[in-house]
Design a protein around this ligand. Structure first.
Ligand SMILES: [Fe+2]
Length: 320
């Protein structure tokens, strides 16, 4: 067993010089974690530039230090995103990292009202930012350790789904927030599936595939029981693998019987899965992902009208 569970990757761009909490920072070298800075020394601009020069993308921290880091990152997020001296990509990475940390906690305790409150704030930042700042989607492609795939994927899907909803529909602010929370939590049911199964390189057997498919219904049931989540959130969790032609799961409903937020999330979900590196294959380019999805759409996977809008929005963002 690796001890990866005790380490969290933090993108270098999200470590603000001088004000970052005083925790130990590590570099990963081969399979080992090597101390870069002890808690007593301040992380400075010199460190930042040094790491940038050596093209270091991630620093590592002990998971026990995450609470202090999250508190700092979440409370300074608005200020960070408003800074003129940071590039759009750097802001996007910070937003991504902060969201990711929050989703990890949400998956651990979805019943916690405090976590949900944090998550709602983050959704608001994602929403404000994806609607106005094109480089954000680009920075969401940040390479991430594969153990964090589900969380990274969640943030991507939320950003895309919020963007789609923002462009296409007139939702009340509360409903938009629910769309964000629902897309961040859409794969929550994956916590019921063993890592062994999730990391499997070979094709899944029929029984294994059946188990993986249960994440939609199980996630839905658990979150519904907690009583914290609205129908919009629950619909996204339950229906993000339904297909427009009725050949999806868990219920096999089709066409506009599938709640609209579920239809949108289904599209964003497939796109995000295609453009990310997986243990068994490399990421597809944007163009390839769209091509694959186009074929799927012709076979009846998606609402064609929504899919066309998605292609327009995603193309526009990728050429921005
Ligand atoms: Fe899923």
């Amino acid at each position: 067993m690796s001890n990866d569970h005790y380490w969290r990757a933090i993108s270098v761009e999200s470590v603000s010089p001088v004000c970052f909490p005083s925790v130990a920072l590590y570099l990963k070298s081969g399979g080992n974690y090597v101390l870069y800075k002890d808690p007593h020394r301040m992380f400075t601009d010199v460190d930042y530039r040094r790491l940038e020069r050596s093209s270091t993308e991630f620093l590592y921290v002990r998971s026990g230090d995450m609470e202090a880091i999250n508190e700092f990152m979440e409370s300074s997020l608005a200020e960070t995103l408003a800074r003129d001296d940071l590039s759009g990509i750097a802001k996007g990475r910070t937003l991504y990292q902060t969201s990711l940390n929050c989703v990890i906690d949400m998956f651990e305790s979805p019943e916690s009202a405090a976590n949900l409150q944090r998550c709602r704030k983050i959704v608001q930042h994602i929403l404000n930012h994806v609607a106005t700042d094109a480089p954000v989607l680009e920075s969401l492609k940040t390479v991430i350790d594969h153990n964090f795939y589900i969380f990274a994927h969640a943030v991507q899907v939320a950003a895309l789904s919020l963007l789609m909803h923002e462009r296409l529909f007139e939702l009340a602010p509360d409903e938009m927030n629910d769309v964000g929370v629902g897309s961040l939590m859409h794969d929550y049911g994956m916590t019921y599936i063993t890592n062994e199964l999730l990391d499997k390189n070979d094709a899944l057997s029929e029984i294994e595939y059946h188990k993986v498919k249960q994440h939609t219904q199980k996630g839905y049931e658990h979150l519904k029981r907690s009583g914290n989540y609205s129908d919009i959130v629950l619909n996204i969790v339950r229906y993000h693998h339904e297909r427009y032609d009725g050949n999806g799961y868990p219920t096999g409903i089709k066409g506009d019987e599938i709640p609209r937020s579920g239809q949108v999330t289904a599209i964003c979900n497939v796109y995000s899965a295609l453009i990310m590196n997986r243990p068994h294959r490399k990421a597809h380019s944007h163009a390839d992902a769209i091509k694959i999805m186009h074929e799927e759409s012709q076979k009846g996977a998606f609402n064609p009208e929504l899919f066309n809008y998605f292609v327009q929005i995603a193309n526009e963002r990728n050429h921005a």
